[in-house]
Design a protein around this ligand. Sequence first.
Ligand code: NAP
Length: 246
Amino acid sequence: MNNKKTALITGSSRGIGRAIAILFARNNYNVVINYNKSEEKAKELYDELTNEGLDVRIFKADVSKPEEANALVNYTIGQFENIDVLVNNAGISKPCMFTDMTYEQWNETMSVNLNSVFYVTKKALQYMLPNCSGKIINISSMWGLVGAAIEVDYSASKAAIIGLTKALAKELGPSNINVNAIAPGVINTDMVKGLGEETMSMLKEETPLMKIGQPEDIARCALFLAGEGGDFITGQVISSNGGFVI
Ligand code: NAP
């Protein structure tokens, strides 16, 4: 056991979560990488970071299921005895017209994007509350702030994360636990790959900083919130979006 802080990052086999895992591991955190379907990618990441001599673990859990979310938190405690930082990052997006949306898709989006935040956070608080210490960072989206056509389920789940973040920050503030949200703009990951080149260049042109964000942009934001810089910040939504939403 070491005396480093421990960060649990849900959905960290790919994309933004992966970048957060790398940055935290390289900045002196014990890191638990969580994956669901991308076992190979999670293992590659684990190998890469352990080869650098960093303290990381991997654990498979579908965080949309309460029992698996609980197992993930228990595993983290078993490995590192504590959770100092929880990043609720796991998420899915399946663009489709609202009128075509099935009940199954609606429920799946809510389960993965929103219910997972409830499950993992509730369990992690069993360990954070007695310590009167912790940083919870929820990955929302700028679409949770302004809404996106053909992503009504996604926008609703991300808006709900913002409501959850603000309310929970009020509840946990007296226990010295900070709860914040990051609402990324368009970030270059598998999630936006399906949008096609034309849409991507249109989105880029609509962004005042004239570029698409990188997963590392969000990782740096999370590292800041987790560190001393975030000590007096709670209940806030930082929208790292290149100015797309101002
Ligand atoms: P991504 O590249 O598609 O990666 C999604 C990650 O979530 C993967 O590691 C995936 O793991 C994991 N995941 C999905 N369902 C899961 C489940 N049930 N249990 C555990 N892990 C699960 O997406 P991303 O762009 O990095 O998105 C990360 C977060 O940022 C999401 O919450 C997303 O909504 C948000 N976001 C993204 C953008 C963007 O433009 N990319 C913008 C705003 C917000 P497996 O592959 O192992 O299943």
